[in-house]
Design a protein around this ligand. Structure first.
Ligand SMILES: [Fe+2]
Length: 281
């Protein structure tokens, strides 16, 4: 019998986990594996009104893999990173505007790090309007291709850059901004990611700049079309946050974005990231 009680939220992505107490996430040795299995199946797990304490969130994440402690100092609990547009609470708030576009985290790392394995968000304060988080399965995006497309796209390679994702929100950067973006190395990834499990997904989103060896406009049009097909409304799970909700997603098989919200809103999420160990190939 499964350790988790799960209700699917859409046909392709997202499931609600009910009846789990925060203590069990921290203390139950078998729950980590059960959560990882449910994540592989559903892409996104929603724990409504879990009221997970920050320390317990980090302890739970440690059951799923290696916790990212690189952003220490932003919160009193190591491994917790506050996500807010309020620059008094988060000095990197301006970069977060790029999260309003569909993306996969970690496609343009500073080095050769793998994309994050999973991300956990818990709602501390929510926006009055907007601020929902939306998810779409990048496995389903691949599965929905025609056989001919699967054949044609199988060898395509895509250049990803921080500049591409930032330009979408800041189309007229200052020379300083541009220099900062360009200091980040670009990364070339296959369009089709063949995972260790054998499953395949499309690597799409805001960081995609152009397709190698294809006419620039033609390649960008294809990337836009594929993203649109992957994220049509009936393939999206949209989470409307309540204080105390916790959501975890498999960053390797899911595209996500935040719906815009008022920068003066008190919305605050606490994020913990589980580091990836699987390169895109
Ligand atoms: Fe993100």
């Amino acid at each position: 019998m499964s350790l988790l009680t799960i209700n699917k939220l859409t046909s392709s992505v997202g499931a609600e986990v009910v009846g789990v107490q925060p203590e069990r996430l921290v203390d139950d040795d078998q729950l980590g594996a059960a959560v990882l299995e449910a994540l592989e199946d559903n892409g996104v797990l929603v724990f409504p009104d879990l009221r997970l304490e920050p320390r317990d969130q980090v302890a739970f994440c440690a059951r799923l893999g290696s916790v990212d402690f690189s952003s220490d100092g932003h919160h009193e609990v190591a491994g917790i990173y506050p996500v807010t547009l309020n620059s008094a609470k988060n000095s990197a708030a301006s970069y977060l505007r790029a999260t309003f576009d569909w993306h996969i985290d970690g496609c343009t790392p500073t080095g050769d790090e793998c994309p994050q394995k999973a991300t956990v968000l818990s709602a501390v304060q929510v926006a009055e309007r907007g601020g929902e988080t939306e998810f779409a399965s990048s496995y389903a995006a691949y599965d929905a291709l025609t056989d001919d497309e699967k054949r044609r796209f199988g060898s395509l390679r895509v250049v990803h850059s921080l500049e591409a994702s930032q330009r979408r929100v800041t189309p007229d950067p200052t020379p300083e901004e541009l220099a900062r973006w360009r200091a980040r190395p670009t990364h070339t990834h296959p369009l089709v990611w063949t995972h260790r499990t054998g499953r395949k997904s499309l690597v799409l989103g805001a960081s995609t700049d152009y397709i190698v060896d294809m006419d620039l406009d033609e390649g960008r049009a294809l990337l836009t079309e594929l993203l649109e097909r992957a994220t049509v409304a009936d393939k999206v799970y949209r989470h409307t946050w309540s204080v105390g909700d916790t959501v975890i997603w498999d960053n390797r098989g899911v595209l996500h974005r935040a719906a815009p919200y008022d920068p003066d809103s008190p919305r605050e999420m606490l994020r913990t990231t589980v580091l990836g160990d699987e390169p895109i190939r």
